[in-house]
Write a protein that binds this ligand. Structure first.
Ligand code: PMP
Length: 433
């Protein structure tokens, strides 16, 4: 069955399919960290639906919440009508929100995907400001719909001013660290004020507090505060995309808490749906310039996703899983540093909480001024394959697809963390140098 399914799917699916190309497995059962394939093999899943599974696969509280809705006779499709399920979700979500958003924020259900919420955020700030352009960062990933894609790294779009994200290891200014971040902030300020530098006064600036698909690149807290100040001073709404960083992943419930900034618009998806599709934006009430009915969509009230999401948010909050992600993530990062010291093919290890990245480089390539060697995507793919051979699922990301990303569930135990890192170390020893 396993081979047949893979073969038929490969024939029928578009060449654009992504995960299925590098991860030829046929999941049939899953629980927590573990996925079981149709061939009976078991894998430790550190991709977690690209950061979606805060509680891992099929957590009992999530299953119970979904079953409760199914058994209650509640309608599964409700457009965006008010329901007890939605009420519970909104209440739980608001209890977690940063700053004024908790008391005075507005929520708009978008959905079902993160990219829908990004698009909604752009529509909202355009409506509120009457302006059209956007400011976004190199290496960003915001989704696959038109403007979300335009705001993502690699894309070129006349309506988007592309700004340099502070990437310490491959610093665009060749200085690294806090100094590199400071230059990024100055460059940004300069472009925002230069009438010919890009989009004059954009409708909004969008950023990820830790770039995920871009290669697990955490922005320094000071830089995030600078972005908050720069945008506030120019009346440019700041949109923070926490689609991947949210719900405890980076060591605080929302990643913005680590810098203390409160965005004008917060974009949320992935883990808020407890593994089912759900996406929302939460924003300052002053931005709510949408006329009644201005934002529509058939699938904005997924009852199962809202119930699964409520259970997930509550579980993460009540069990202090964000703090747990911070401590376990720090321990894992320490072990990754030891691994980097032992292998020249690891150029950099970094991350926040349980969002970790290992940048694979060509150790024979020429180092740049800061000592960074060229990315080695072929070797990274070989390490990913070696991980899979050892029953470990990891994803690649980064500008050159050479960053191994670890996004384990926040429920990861110490023993599981060791097992993950043992397999990764073994894979690097086998494939790398
Ligand atoms: N923003 C960020 C930061 C993301 O990581 C992603 C997905 N990886 C998206 C937006 C888009 O979400 P979706 O794939 O659900 O459309």
């Amino acid at each position: 069955a396993h081979e047949g399914i893979l073969r038929r799917q490969a024939l029928r699916e578009s060449a654009a399919r992504t995960y299925a190309r590098s991860l030829p497995i046929v999941p049939v059962r899953a629980r927590g960290l573990t996925i079981e394939g149709a061939d009976g093999r078991r894998y430790l899943d550190c991709l977690s639906g690209a950061g979606t599974l805060a509680l891992g696969h099929n957590h009992p509280v999530v299953l119970e919440a979904v079953r409760a809705v199914l058994d209650s006779g509640a309608p599964l499709h409700v457009l965006d009508l008010a329901t007890p399920v939605k009420d519970a979700f909104t209440t739980e979500l608001f209890a977690t929100l940063p700053g004024e958003l908790a008391e005075k924020g507005r929520i708009q259900f978008c959905g079902p995907a993160g990219t829908d919420a990004v698009e909604a955020a752009f529509t909202l700030v355009r409506t509120a400001t009457g302006r059209n352009g956007l400011a976004a960062f190199s290496g960003a990933y915001h989704g696959m719909t038109a403007d979300a894609l335009a705001a993502s790294g690699g894309a070129r779009h006349p309506g988007v001013t592309r700004l340099p994200y502070p990437y310490a290891y491959r610093c665009p200014f060749g200085v690294g660290g806090e100094h590199g971040a400071e230059l990024s902030a100055r460059w940004t300020e300069n472009l925002l004020d230069d009438p010919k530098g890009g989009v004059p006064r954009p409708a909004g600036m969008i950023l990820e507090p830790v770039q995920g698909e871009g290669g697990v690149i955490p922005a320094p807290a000071g830089w995030l505060r600078r972005m908050r100040e720069l945008t506030a001073a120019r009346d440019i709404p700041l949109i923070v995309d926490e689609v991947q960083t949210g719900v405890g992943r980076t060591g605080t419930f929302w990643a913005v808490e680590q810098s203390g900034i409160v965005p004008d618009v917060l974009v949320l998806s992935k883990a808020i749906g407890g593994s089912l599709p759900l996406a929302v934006i939460v924003y300052r009430e002053e931005l709510d310039a949408w006329r009644p009915g201005a934002h529509a969509g058939t699938f904005r009230g997924n009852q199962l996703a809202m119930a699964a999401g409520t259970a997930t948010l509550a579980y993460v909050r009540r069990n202090g899983l964000a703090a747990r992600a911070a401590t376990l993530g720090a321990t894992m990062l320490g072990r990754l540093r030891d691994l980097a010291a032992a292998h020249d093919c690891i150029g950099d290890v970094r991350g926040r909480g349980l969002m970790l990245g290992v940048e694979i480089v060509d150790r024979d390539g020429a180092a740049d001024a800061l000592g960074a060697r060229p990315a080695d995507p072929a070797l990274a793919a070989a390490v990913q394959q070696a991980c899979l051979d050892r029953g470990l699922i990891v994803e690649l990301g980064g500008r050159h697809s050479a960053v191994i990303r670890l996004l384990p569930p926040l429920t990861l135990t110490d023993e599981q963390a060791d097992a993950v890192l043992d397999r990764l170390a073994d894979a690097i020893a086998a494939a790398g140098r």
